[in-house]
Every structure is written in structure tokens, then in C-alpha cells.
Design a binder for this molecule. Structure first.
Ligand code: ADP
Ligand code: ZN
Length: 442
């Protein structure tokens, strides 16, 4: 995108603050958060007592490392409200995680929390290019998922025109998109890819029928290659945005449309750490590790050192957009998304990367794992593009061979490739399910 560096920044006081100011703010808020959690949440008090750490022991930012972690298991053990610092009656809203990996985690917001969260989203939305001139179609699900409502209030605060269509009903999505002239689309990247395909099928043309300028995508892992495909197909500029229910929802980090080189973290309101998932030691700046986050603003549900299980790398180098906040790389996946196939670690995004790099594929794929005796086998099912579908058999065989070769050199593993006809794999309206595990426990 050709945006000037005089780009609009929602809250320059914090988004462009010098790093020493950010650190001072973080320490003050950390001390408050720890004291508040200790006083209000018995589970935190018990953990801190067991670790022999008192709120008064937190004197520097480094002291955060003496605090116990909070994990998804802590949420499960205290389901639904055990980690809350206020009684349920004092909440204004309750959301929960999508429950991708088990029982959903329940999160709550006070009035002040909702206000702060909305500010976080206004920053993220502005960074993604959206202004009060935009018509923003929200195709994230409304409901317990934090994505729909979170973006809704953030977009209203920015002054955009909100079209709260929610997820599903593709015909309606495309009808509103064309008739209202939506200029921003908010969805998962996989659903955006699906909408693009459906728009093409209906003969909708960019510029005449579809007027999208901005795509705010997130909630699931995706790759640069996928971004390229979606941008071309929908004629928009797409940003990656990351969040999770336990951190409040979306708003933790998002890319600036001007540079798109890492997602800016709202550091006055969150402390991040990146740790080696095995040793628990901090990795050096720029190295990949598990993201650990301590939110500094949550009144209803304070959280100390949340283990996100998401892998990323963070840099504090200044960004040409003018923001001074640290930036995190795309999340390759959760530690528990990692497949281990015949001793080799594989993330679905590594496979997506190869698929999207190769012409003739569509952005719709599924990884199927089977067990053959004692050997695990990974098969990639990928839909071919419409144009390839009409070509000769040998073109298909060539593509299949090329993909198998590229996957082998990228992953050091033999992976079977099955090309399937366009529009045969199941589409998702929210987070895509990329893995079908057919291994049976024997
Ligand atoms: P659940 O944990 O049940 O899926 P959430 O809706 O809270 O519920 O999802 C948060 C998770 O979604 C994150 O931990 C992360 O794994 C994934 N996620 C969210 N945004 C992104 C993104 N931009 N890139 C990759 N993964 C993402
Ligand atoms: Zn930037």
C-alpha cells in the first residue's frame, strides 16, 4: 500500500511513546495488577504464597519472572468464574473462547474493561487502515466469541459504519457487500478466502461490484502466501491481527497497514515475554518462543503471565509507521497444533506456505493423518484451481509431483499429495479445521 508515513494513529501518546515511558507505565500497572490479583483472587494468592512471592516483591519489570504462570488448566480447574476478581453480578458482559482445544474458557468484563478493550480495538482498527469513512462488514461470529462484539464496538468508536452481518449465509454476505459498498471486511482469513471464491463464482467484479479496501483478518494461523491470494482476489489490503479470549479478545496486537512487518503490541496495557517452551528461559530478541502475556488493565479477570501456547518472535526495533511499540511475527501455530509425523515436527502453516507458493492450487486444503501399522502418514488434500481443473491429466500429475517435491524439501518428510476437485472440501465460517486425524487409539 502507498500510505504516507503521516498515517493516522489512534492514540499517539501511547502508540508512539518512548520505550522508557512505556516501561515506567508497565511497572506501575504490573505492581497494581499483582496487588489486586493477590487481594481478590484466592487462586492467585495460593499460587503466589506457594512460590513465596508477595506483591511488594515486585520492584522491577524483571521481577515478573518470579510470578507463577496462569494456564488454560487454571481456567478449567476454576470453571466458570473461579479466577474472577468481581462477583458475576458486577460484570457487564461474559464471553468465552471458541473451545478449539477443549472446554471453553470463560471471560468477563466490567464497564471499565469494556471501555479499555474498545480503545484497544480502535487502535488496532486504525492501524489496519480503517477510518470513519469506511463501511465495515463484520463477518466474525457474534455471540460468545470475542471477535464479533469486540470489533463491533471498536469500529463504532472509530466512527466507521458497521454492518453486523455475523458469520455464515454467504449469499447475504455478498449481497450486502455489493449493495452497501462495504469497504472493510472483518473475518477469519479462511472465510475471506471462501468469500472470494464465492464472489468469483457469482461473477462479481472488483471495482464495480466489490469495493473492499481493507481486510482485518485474524483468529487463526495463516501465511504470507494466503495473504497474497486474498488481497488479489478481493482487491484489498489485508492485515494480520492477533488476540485471544484470555487476553480480553482481539486488540492485543495487529499490523499497521503502512508497513505490515509484524503486529504492534499495545505495550502500555500488556507485558509480553517470549520463553523457550522447554526450558522456560527467555529467548533473545527476535527468536521464536512461547508468548507469555500479562494484561495490565483487566478489572474483572486479572491474569498473571498467561501461557498462550502460541509461538512467535518479537522485535522492539522502531517501525517506519511511527509507532514505537514492539512487534510480533505471525503466529506459526500453537504448540499443540504441532503434528509429529514419524519423528518430524510439522506445523500446518508450513504446509500452507508451500501450497500457496505453488500455482494451480486453491487456498482450500486439509491435512489428513492416518496410521498404517505403526507408521503415521500425512496426506495433503488440496483443491486445484478452476483453471487447472480444465487442463490435461498430465498438468495435474506435474502439479502433484511438484508439490510432493517442494513439501519434501521444506519439511524433510515424505508427504502424499492428493489433488481434489474445486469446491469439494468443507468450508468453515469461522476458524478453519485444517487437520483430520484418522489415527485410532489402538
Ligand atoms: P480458542 O483458544 O478456543 O481458539 P480464542 O478465540 O480465544 O479461542 O482463540 C485464540 C487463539 O486463536 C490464539 O491462542 C491463537 O492460537 C489463535 N489466533 C488468534 N489470532 C491469530 C492470528 N492472527 N494468527 C494466528 N493465530 C491466531
Ligand atoms: Zn508499524
Amino acid at each position: 500500500m502507498t500510505m504516507t508515513m503521516a498515517e493516522h494513529i489512534w492514540d499517539p501518546a501511547w502508540e508512539c511513546a518512548d520505550r522508557a515511558t512505556i516501561a515506567t507505565q508497565q511497572l506501575t500497572r504490573l505492581q497494581e495488577t499483582v496487588a489486586y490479583s493477590y487481594a481478590r483472587v484466592p487462586a492467585y494468592r495460593a499460587k503466589m504464597d506457594a512460590a513465596g512471592v508477595r506483591p511488594a516483591d515486585i520492584r522491577t519489570l524483571e521481577d515478573i519472572r518470579t510470578l507463577p504462570f496462569t494456564t488454560k488448566q487454571d481456567f478449567r480447574d476454576s470453571y466458570p468464574f473461579g479466577l474472577f476478581a468481581v462477583p458475576p453480578q458486577e460484570l457487564l458482559r461474559i464471553h468465552s473462547s471458541s473451545g478449539t482445544t477443549g472446554k471453553p474458557t470463560v471471560v468477563g468484563y466490567t464497564r471499565r474493561d469494556l471501555d479499555t478493550w474498545t480503545e484497544l480495538l480502535a487502535r488496532m482498527i486504525t492501524a489496519a487502515g480503517v477510518t470513519d469513512r469506511d463501511i465495515a462488514q463484520i463477518s466474525f461470529g457474534y455471540g460468545m466469541f470475542t471477535g464479533g462484539f469486540g470489533l463491533h464496538y471498536g469500529l463504532e468508536r472509530v466512527g466507521a459504519t458497521v454492518v453486523p452481518v455475523s458469520s455464515g449465509n454467504t449469499d447475504r454476505q455478498l449481497l450486502y457487500m455489493t449493495d452497501f459498498g462495504s469497504t472493510a471486511l472483518i473475518s477469519t482469513p479462511s472465510y475471506a478466502a471462501y468469500l472470494a471464491e464465492q464472489a468469483k463464482d457469482r461473477g462479481l467484479a472488483l471495482g464495480t461490484d466489490i469495493h473492499l479496501k481493507w481486510g482485518l483478518f485474524g483468529a487463526e494461523p495463516w501465511t504470507e502466501g494466503m495473504r497474497g491470494r486474498i488481497q488479489t482476489a478481493l482487491g484489498l489490503s489485508a492485515t494480520d491481527n492477533y488476540g485471544m479470549s484470555e487476553l480480553g479478545g482481539p486488540g492485543f496486537s495487529g499490523e499497521c497497514a503502512a508497513v505490515k512487518d509484524g503486529m504492534h503490541i499495545a505495550e502500555d496495557l500488556y507485558i509480553w515475554e517470549v520463553l523457550d517452551p522447554v526450558t522456560g528461559m527467555p529467548v533473545s530478541e527476535g527468536e521464536i518462543g512461547e508468548l507469555i502475556v500479562t494484561p495490565l488493565w483487566k478489572e474483572a479477570l486479572p491474569i498473571l503471565r498467561y501461557r498462550t501456547r502460541d509461538l512467535t518472535a518479537i522485535t522492539t526495533a522502531p517501525c517506519p509507521c511511527g509507532r514505537t511499540t514492539a512487534r510480533m511475527t505471525r503466529v506459526t501455530g500453537r504448540t499443540d497444533d504441532m503434528l509429529i509425523i514419524r519423528g518430524v515436527n510439522v506445523f500446518p502453516t508450513q504446509i500452507e506456505h508451500v501450497l500457496m507458493q505453488t500455482e494451480g492450487t486453491s487456498p482450500h486444503y486439509l491435512l489428513v493423518i492416518t496410521r498404517d501399522g505403526s507408521l503415521d502418514t500425512l496426506e495433503v488434500w488440496v483443491e486445484i484451481s478452476e483453471s487447472l481443473f480444465n487442463q490435461s491429466m498430465s498438468a495435474l500429475t506435474d502439479l502433484q509431483k511438484l508439490l510432493a517435491k517442494r513439501l519434501h524439501s521444506a519439511l524433510g518428510l515424505s508427504i502424499k499429495v492428493k489433488l481434489v476437485e474445486p469446491q469439494t472440501l468443507e468450508r468453515s465460517q469461522g476458524k478453519a479445521k485444517r487437520v483430520l486425524d484418522k489415527r485410532t487409539a489402538e
